[in-house]
Design a protein around this ligand. Structure first.
Ligand code: ATP
Ligand code: MG
Length: 348
């Protein structure tokens, strides 16, 4: 049975790094006979230039009919002056909400070969391997009512609403429990249950589900402490699960522990296991077109795609091992280069 993958290269370094990830997928396909089928589409500035909008309904529909999407990055100075409603980034929001991609998975792994590239002490970060599971389509980023209103005394007041339904908490919690089962068996749920009622409910739902996953050890942590612990002793964590806003902040912090934005993949999944896979970094307009961008975050995103959406975990393992081997050989793009290594281009 063939698996359909839609490729959305996007803007900036997007096309350069996606090209290399597709080359890796095609090699794996030839070697293991995976039956992968590729189609390509437009998103972001590339779509604005062609169609006047960052993602057309036709392209969204096509993406939904595939088994997974591999995306490069969107945006760049060329489109910065456009009206907010048709900025490249809107294409990303449209595909996330249009396909119900509520679970954002961001691993933060420090490759031992790159220990020198991290700014943290080796004993704090060496061997770091954590997974942050962030709820992506709810919480305070989407809650209503929201806005800026003028009070009776003429003063303005900004307001947002932090809401989660039990069903929304339950589905992201299950994603996290299942991920913990496949990894080290530890899950830390992050909330602010001492202050925010919505996260009291969050904690209750996690506790209610825990007996269904006896092989996972569940703990809870307040978000302020979690931020501190991530920097102080990040290796205590295996899988972390949290809401949209806390996840946004903590996953960026965790990413920087590894010191190399060009190495970090991500997955955004919906209920049926369909996923959008993309590097954590942006379109890097400052280095676009030079052939020096690091393609490994995108290649590792392709590996996540094989693992989480296409049920080809062994092939994902093989790709991750290949990445590690390339690092063993001392091959480095400029962003992770240190003395004594061999500097290589994106394509190399
Ligand atoms: P966005 O808003 O899309 O997240 P950004 O401006 O916040 O974009 P990036 O586009 O990720 O951030 O770029 C941040 C810095 O990291 C830039 O200097 C860029 O050149 C560098 N960078 C990002 N991705 C890579 C990569 N794959 N290889 C090398 N350098 C990269
Ligand atoms: Mg950014």
């Amino acid at each position: 049975m063939s698996k359909k993958i839609m490729i959305l290269p996007g803007d900036g370094i997007g096309p350069e790094i996606v090209e290399q990830a597709v080359a890796v997928l095609k090699t794996a396909d030839e070697k293991f006979g995976l039956g992968l089928e590729f189609s390509e589409g437009l998103i972001g500035g590339a779509s604005i230039d062609a169609h006047g909008e960052p993602l057309t309904d036709a392209e969204l529909k096509k993406a939904g009919e595939c088994d997974a999407v591999l995306l490069g990055a969107v945006g760049g100075p060329k489109w910065d002056k456009l009206d907010r409603a048709i900025r490249p980034e809107k294409g990303l929001l449209k595909i996330r909400s249009g396909l119900g991609l509520y679970a954002n998975l961001r691993p933060a792994i420090l490759y031992p070969q790159l220990a020198d590239a991290s700014s943290l002490k080796p004993e704090v970060v060496s061997g770091l391997d954590i997974l942050i599971v962030r709820e992506l389509t709810g919480g305070i980023y989407f809650g209503e009512p929201r806005g800026i209103r003028t009070l009776e005394n003429g003063e303005k007041q900004g307001f947002n609403t932090y809401v989660y339904k039990e069903s929304e908490i339950e589905r992201i919690a299950r994603t996290a429990f299942e991920a913990a089962q496949k990894r080290g068996g530890k899950l830390c749920s992050v909330d602010k249950a001492n202050v925010l009622e919505v996260t009291v409910l969050w904690r209750e739902v996690l506790d209610r589900l825990a007996p269904e996953y006896p092989d996972v050890e569940l703990s809870h942590m307040y978000v302020d402490n979690a931020a501190m612990q991530l920097v102080r002793a990040p290796k205590q964590f295996d899988v972390m699960v949290t809401g949209n806003m806390f996840g946004d902040i903590l996953s960026d912090a965790a990413a920087m522990l590894t010191g190399s934005i060009g190495m970090l993949p991500s997955a955004s999944l919906n209920e049926s296991g369909f996923g959008l896979y993309e590097p954590c970094h942006g379109s890097a307009p400052d280095i676009a077109g030079q052939g020096i961008a690091n393609p490994l975050a995108t290649i590792l995103s392709a590996a996540m795609m094989l693992r989480y959406s296409l049920d080809m975990g062994d092939v994902a393992d093989a790709i991750e091992a290949a990445v590690s081997k390339v690092l063993d050989q001392g091959l480095r793009t400029a962003d992770i280069y240190t003395e004594g290594c061999k500097k290589v281009s994106t394509a190399e």
